[in-house]
Design a protein around this ligand. Structure first.
Ligand SMILES: [Zn+2]
Length: 310
């Protein structure tokens, strides 16, 4: 596998000042882990690097300059648990929702933006809004097709004296809202630190039975006649789309003793209408940052039904 060969070359280069390694022996160790033990490549790489670090009596930090990790555009990340080096600008900082998170926000480069998280336990210097940094030894994370990067204890942070024109990775799609999928309306999310998974029957796939926190969202399908696009409205976008606040939705569910009435009400208000939405693409979804209602092609039959219902 050429891929392993490249990794092996990187590792040899990484240790060139410390150990006398041959590409073949490194590749063989990677190959053994990956093909014999079915270890994911990035994990295998980490494990091999760690064993050489031990052998050389080094801390990971000591390798310094360009940990030899992949360089991938932030908006092009499509692998979980991949180690990266990036030069990126801090585009936004958000209020951490959990005490274990030191910083959370958006990093941007020429390709676009991605979410980053730094944990308290990693004890890293704080990133400043608008500053540009060389960040080495980040690791990617994936949740439901959404990729983010995590800063960790081994991450090195160097402020860089340059500006970055952050790319716009927003997608714009439009069409008739033809479906609101299950998992829409009034939902509950796992309250565990940095989890936020949507609960199914009161259970988080990671943390089991938990006391969820209410949230609103719509997972919708827009059909432009040629293609369908899956879109997710978060709470804010859902409130603005439906005019129904989270409090309204909770009241409605309480009255009906049933949370599904909320999604039903949302369907009644929005299905068949035309929208243009834009926002970042995550996996197969466009996450709606902005939307507008279009007057769009009017289906005569639908219009008639609507007219009768007035
Ligand atoms: Zn959870």
């Amino acid at each position: 596998m050429t891929d392993l060969h490249t990794h092996a070359e990187d590792i040899v280069a990484q240790f060139s000042d410390h150990l006398d390694l041959s590409v073949d022996e490194v590749e063989e160790r990677l190959d053994n882990l990956v093909n014999e033990y079915r270890v994911p490549v990035d994990e295998a790489r980490r494990s091999v690097v760690n064993s050489y670090l031990d052998e050389a009596g080094l801390e990971r930090d000591a390798l310094g300059g360009g940990g030899g990790n992949a360089s991938v555009g932030l908006a092009e990340i499509d692998q979980d648990e991949q180690w990266l080096d990036v030069t990126a600008k801090v585009v936004e900082l958000w209020e951490p929702r959990s005490d274990s998170v030191a910083q959370v926000g958006l990093l941007g480069d020429e390709t676009g933006t991605t979410k980053f998280v730094a944990f308290e336990t990693s004890d890293l210097p704080e990133l400043e809004d608008g500053a540009v940094y060389r960040l080495e030894n980040l690791v990617t994370d994936e949740y439901q097709g959404n990729f983010s990067v995590k800063l960790n204890r081994t991450t090195t942070i160097t402020e860089v004296d340059e500006d970055i024109e952050v790319g716009d990775d927003a997608e714009t799609v439009e069409g008739a809202l033809v479906d609101i999928q299950s998992g829409s309306g009034l939902i509950k999310r796992c309250p565990e630190d940095d989890c936020t998974r949507v609960l199914q029957n009161g259970r988080c796939s990671e943390h089991g039975s938990v006391e969820g926190e209410f949230d609103l969202r719509i997972k919708g399908v827009l059909d432009d006649g040629e293609q369908v696009h899956e879109v997710i409205f978060d709470r804010e976008a859902t409130e603005s789309l439906t005019g129904m606040t989270l409090e309204d939705a909770k009241d409605m569910a309480m009255d009906a003793l049933d949370t599904t009435v909320v999604a039903d009400e949302m369907r009644a208000d929005t299905l068949g209408r035309y929208y243009r939405v834009s926002g970042p693409q995550f996996g197969r979804y466009v996450l709606v940052d902005e939307f507008e209602r279009l007057t769009g092609p009017v289906d005569a039959e639908a219009a008639l039904i609507e007219a009768r219902s007035i």
